[in-house]
Write a protein that binds this ligand. Sequence first.
Ligand SMILES: Cc1cc2nc3c(=O)[nH]c(=O)nc-3n(C[C@H](O)[C@H](O)[C@H](O)COP(=O)(O)OP(=O)(O)OC[C@H]3O[C@@H](n4cnc5c(N)ncnc54)[C@H](O)[C@@H]3O)c2cc1C
Length: 349
Amino acid sequence: MTTPRPERPKQSEQPNQPEQANQSKPEAHYDIAIIGGGPAGLSAAIAATRMMQRSVVVESAAPPRNAASHGAHGLIGLDTSTPAEVRSAAWTDLDRYGLAVRREADVTDVSVDPGGGFLVEIAQPGAADRIAGEAGDRPGTRRGTLWARDVILATGVVDEHPDIPGFAECWAQSVIHCPFCVGWENRDRTWGIVAHDPDHAIMTARAFRAWSGDILGIVPPDMPRIDEVRAAYKAAGNELIEARVTGLRHRDGSLHTVELDDGRTVDRQTLVWHLEQKPVPLVSRLAETLGLAVDKGGFVTVDGERRTNIPGLYAAGDLIVPMGQSVLSSVAAGGEAAASIGRAQMFAE
Ligand SMILES: Cc1cc2nc3c(=O)[nH]c(=O)nc-3n(C[C@H](O)[C@H](O)[C@H](O)COP(=O)(O)OP(=O)(O)OC[C@H]3O[C@@H](n4cnc5c(N)ncnc54)[C@H](O)[C@@H]3O)c2cc1C
């Protein structure tokens, strides 16, 4: 049984009209607001379009998390396309229909409209036509409100990069987080696995032998359950170093030497670095303001229909997936979220 959702008000749209700063009157109305214009959000947009749903995709102007990636590896037909090329190809598809609108802005808040649907607050840094003047805004930030009957969160997650010399230069090239994504490009090199969590260290002690025959682990000396970690590495026949990485020496992002806090150096060509992830600020905010359900890692909890615990609010993509994140799974999840909304509309009384 689906819950009927309110209809989009039959008001004319004026998305480009200047409005008063911090106004709460919506400047435009949509069936679906999609927050995040990555693979999950854009897949949701095309699925929504094909179900005759008018959507707005609100995408931050900031570079996406995978901006340094050289390919959407594993995505059939687009395997060697950069993230920007994937997004551009998606908009070429979407623009043929003309039902999805793109807005380059940050969504700062989502609230439940007492009359039904959601109010989506946006901030557009750098827009020249309106000065909000709020503390914290950059000059020229334009603020506005959109109304949507349903909302899909597709914001991805935030990677926490360590502040270590050489890390930024090597990131996504020879320092990688996911062998499924960039293992092929790093095959048959010497690998190190940098882990800060014992479960991850144990799980990966023997896991990556398809890509490299020369693997060693690097874990902090005070790692909990270090005996289990040592045993896992011994069973795998791989060396384990107990030290912290303090620097990476490289040539144009191609790693050759790892510096350790005990003064040692170790020759490695590739590091698999297990990064901590945290929710984007909007998700943390909605967990507080709307009571959006998240797990202990901050990942949004959804049911099989990609519904969150807030009726009308859906989530798709990396922000619901603690492990096994990919373009492919995000594309699938985005499409499924929009299809769930479409089904709810089809069978609503
Ligand atoms: C370096 C790197 C390389 C990778 N390589 C591969 C690969 O080869 N193959 C593969 O399958 N996967 C790869 N991945 C993983 C893949 O990029 C992700 O799984 C995928 O992009 C997730 O899609 P998404 O739409 O959920 O999130 P994202 O792609 O992260 O998109 C979310 C978007 O939401 C925007 N956003 C966030 N908050 C807001 C807000 N408040 N308002 C407006 N917009 C907001 C962000 O700016 C972002 O553009 C890689 C990841 C990284 C980091």
